[in-house]
Design a protein around this ligand. Structure first.
Ligand SMILES: [Zn+2]
Length: 541
């Protein structure tokens, strides 16, 4: 009898828990050690919650939205097996980051210093997630619509004291040896002799690039990194058809500097002679090549010009840059649709501009009758202008970026550079017309409050006259006049901007993949943590 009892108790004590465990296990997500085969990191440079909000607002509210089903890539990132986190981006011991430090923190998981590339804040090189992925036998790639040696892509495959050292960064990138490098910026890969009309190398380059863009070198030496790349087994591509025809290791440089802005791209998209691939096309090519590797791959894709549009306070261009990101992410989501082996992280390196739509006291809408019970004996008469969604269609219909509008204006003869002509150019390419007096205000200049003779950023004697905030509008020679145009049309666009620089606003982190793979990327993070989780995801052990 007693033995029987002992036997029964043993069964109860030991068998049932095992049974219940295995039952529980069946529902548990895959154990954390099952790592994604492929990791795709998409960085919207300067894409804070404000920029994400702009695209979502357009999708939901634009009367003539061109977005199918009013759905964005962010919606798709969040539907089934998607999660959301929030991440702080500050660099070491400062409140606000630049793209170099933030890119370095994402790439290495370690705190970095402002403007450093692939270094910790002491200035020591640190292994990046791309280099770790190579160690794990994975294929790797970097794609951007800026220069491939610009801050964000550079942070993943180079180690330099300053982001401006692009000629040295190009050398580092070849040494790191990612399988795919696609973007702009030929000017730091070719020898200085290329600047000499008669130089043989210049002729070779003109033949190679088939005259797709001007040949000019920023190098101060005779290194031809294209030759080095070929010796390392890279195929070279300088236009869309060369890229499409290539396979294996690929270095594609499709402009002397950055690729065209998103409005310029959409203006030439259907041109059969278009030689520059879009961000989506470059990303598709990268995945086509990298996915050949059975060990998997790591790919970083940067939509880098969201930041530039925000620095210029150019809301119309910024919307179009968000569209560039949207179509690229949608392509990747289509590719990964039925895959369980891929982790996709969509985030930003920082926020730029402090943008928002805001209600105003101008153009208060007329009172009107409503059908509702509470308005039988009264009219509906909101006290402020809360903003007609039609503004979104007008933003989308912008035909040139503010930068290209001012380029067109300054291409006029000096005598023709009048407020009247500025208004003409602005009103031709945007749906937010300016008056003559607004054009006069935009062209007003003042003595440079930040003047510094030995600093080429601040050595202009006179600069566009900003009423205040000069300290936050530091790109005096490029985007300050753009910001004055934004200010002139602000109340018509109901658009407010805080700064011409970056802010500390935390950025969103969208993660898509298996429960286990994306689990670490939700919650409140700092970008160094995000970097560590990425490093872990690509590492063998
Ligand atoms: Zn920036």
């Amino acid at each position: 009898m007693k033995d029987k009892l002992v036997a029964i108790l043993t069964i109860i004590l030991f068998v049932f828990p095992a049974f219940s465990c295995s039952q529980k296990q069946k529902t548990l997500p895959l154990s954390p050690i099952v790592k994604p085969k492929n990791v795709i990191l998409i960085i919207g440079d300067g894409m804070g919650p404000e920029q994400v909000g702009l695209l979502l607002t357009y999708a939901r509210q634009a009367p003539h939205s061109v977005l199918k089903d009013r759905i964005t890539c962010f919606d798709r990132m969040m539907d089934k097996n998607g999660s959301l986190g929030v991440s702080l981006t500050y660099a070491h011991n400062v409140l606000v980051t630049d793209s170099a430090a933030s890119g370095s923190q994402l790439a290495t998981g370690r705190f970095s210093g402002s403007e450093m590339i692939g270094l910790d804040y002491n200035g020591d090189p640190v292994i990046t997630v791309l280099e770790r992925a190579i160690q794990a036998g994975k294929s790797t790639g970097l794609v951007t619509d800026t220069r491939i040696t610009h801050a964000t892509p550079a942070a993943f495959a180079a180690h330099q004291a300053h982001r401006g050292m692009e000629t040295a960064i190009a050398v580092d990138m070849l040494a790191a040896g990612p399988d795919v490098l696609l973007g702009g910026g030929l000017d730091v890969w070719i020898p200085e002799e290329a600047n000499t009309k008669e130089a043989g190398v210049r002729g070779e380059l003109e033949k190679l690039t088939q005259g797709a863009f001007p040949i000019r070198s920023k190098r101060k030496d005779s290194r031809n990194l294209l030759t080095t790349a070929r010796e390392k087994g890279y195929k070279l591509a300088f236009n869309r058809s060369q890229m499409n025809a290539a396979s294996g290791k690929l270095l594609g440089l499709f402009s002397d500097s950055a690729l065209p802005n998103a409005i310029a791209v959409s203006n030439t998209l259907d041109d059969p002679k278009r030689s520059i691939p879009t961000l989506k096309e470059m990303s598709a090519k990268a995945i086509e090549i990298l996915s050949q590797n059975e060990q998997g791959f790591f790919l970083m894709i940067e939509a880098g010009q969201i930041d530039w549009a925000a620095h210029s306070n150019d809301a119309g261009l910024m919307l179009h840059e968000m569209f560039r990101l949207n179509e690229t992410v949608n392509h990747i989501l289509n590719w990964a649709e039925n895959r369980e082996d891929t982790l996709i992280i969509l985030t930003a390196d920082h926020t730029t501009g402090g943008f928002g739509f805001s209600y105003t006291g101008k153009d208060q809408p007329a009172a009107r009758q409503l059908s509702g019970k509470l308005f039988k004996d009264t009219v509906y008469n909101p006290g402020y202008n809360f903003g007609d969604p039609g503004v979104l269609d007008k933003l989308y219909s912008q035909k040139l970026s503010y930068g290209d509008i001012f380029d067109k204006f300054y291409q006029l003869s000096k005598e023709a550079q009048t407020p009247g002509n500025l208004a003409l150019v602005v009103n031709r390419y945007t749906d937010f017309p300016i008056t003559l007096s607004q054009a006069e205000r935009i062209l007003e200049t003042e003595d440079n409050p930040l003047y510094a003779a030995d600093d080429r950023r601040f050595n202009a004697k006179t600069v566009p006259k900003l009423d205040n905030k000069d300290e936050f509008y530091i790109y005096q020679k490029t985007s300050n006049q753009h910001a004055l145009l934004a200010l002139a049309v602000a109340s018509d666009q109901l658009a407010v901007w805080n700064t011409g620089a970056h802010t500390n606003t935390p950025v969103l982190v969208f993660a898509k993949g298996t429960d286990a793979a994306r689990a670490p990327f939700s919650g409140v993070l700092h970008h160094t943590q995000l970097g560590q989780y990425l490093m872990d995801a690509v590492s063998k052990k």
